[in-house]
Write a protein that binds this ligand. Structure first.
Ligand code: PXP
Length: 245
């Protein structure tokens, strides 16, 4: 049975903490509970403005959580240096703008090819896996392949926000790039804007190995608790995995 891994993003727990600049809720404690609920990976984004996750959170996640950590980050040299020192299992390079509420769109690999090439090779030199968060576009995928990334994560925000009619088109587009990426030997992940009611069609794309989900799980946790929210999402992922291929 092919099975999709679930990476749970704990940024939103840290966002709640930062509203009061206090010490709770603790994203590391949240990650521990996510692991109990069946998460396969923990994801967090160390933003340049540190609006939610701080370096010390990443350090504590690495020390105390026994799941691979996927660190989302921009390609700013400050953050790259920190990530090289922290040595997470994987980094996912994302575009970052200070004014945005959340990551808007994928990396423009083509416009930043030279800079990204150096960054990818410095991580690979330290045996840290590199994923590139890109829009489901073939030209961006070709760029990611040229950069020798280990993985790509396709941005599902456009799919998630599309009207029911456009959603089918977005799904076909996503499905096609996933097939291509897999054929290129890249590990295929997807994420952004996925929730309990729109995730099923995405789980039927056979090439997807991992989904990274945060906001909907942390929101659901308010009503059913975090472990149960993770369990429910895992249930949706494995329910459809059984029907794939
Ligand atoms: N993947 C990436 C690269 C992201 O930047 C985010 C948002 O932090 C997610 C997945 C998760 O998105 P959401 O919180 O909408 O589930």
């Amino acid at each position: 049975m092919s099975r999709i891994r679930l990476g749970v993003n704990v940024d939103h727990v840290a966002t709640l903490r930062e509203v009061r600049k206090g010490i709770y809720p603790d994203p590391v404690e949240a990650a521990r509970i996510c692991a109990k609920g069946g998460a396969d990976r923990i994801v967090c984004h160390l933003r340049e403005d540190r609006r939610h996750i701080h370096e010390r959170d990443v350090g504590r996640l690495l020390e105390t959580i026994h799941l691979p950590l996927n660190l989302e980050m921009s390609s700013s040299s400050e953050i790259v240096q920190i990530a090289l020192q922290l040595r997470p299992y994987q980094v996912t390079l994302v575009p970052e703008r200070r004014q945005e509420l959340t990551t808007e769109g994928g990396l423009d690999v083509l416009a930043n090819e030279r800079k990204l090439k150096n960054i990818v090779s410095s991580f690979r030199g330290k045996k840290i896996r590199v994923s590139l968060f890109i829009d489901p576009e073939l030209k961006q995928l070709d760029g990611a392949f040229r950069l020798k990334a280990d993985a790509v994560e396709f941005h599902t925000g456009t799919y998630a926000n599309a009207s029911p009619l456009r959603r089918k088109y977005q799904l076909r587009k996503l499905s096609r790039v996933c097939r291509e990426a897999h054929a290129m030997g890249l590990e295929v992940a997807a994420g952004h804007g996925l929730h309990y009611r729109n995730v099923r069609p995405v789980t039927r794309i056979g090439e997807i190995e991992e989904l990274n989900i945060g906001h909907s799980i942390v929101s659901r946790a308010l009503f059913v608790g975090l472990a149960e929210a993770v369990r429910e999402m895992k249930g949706l992922l494995s329910e459809n995995s059984r029907k794939r291929r």
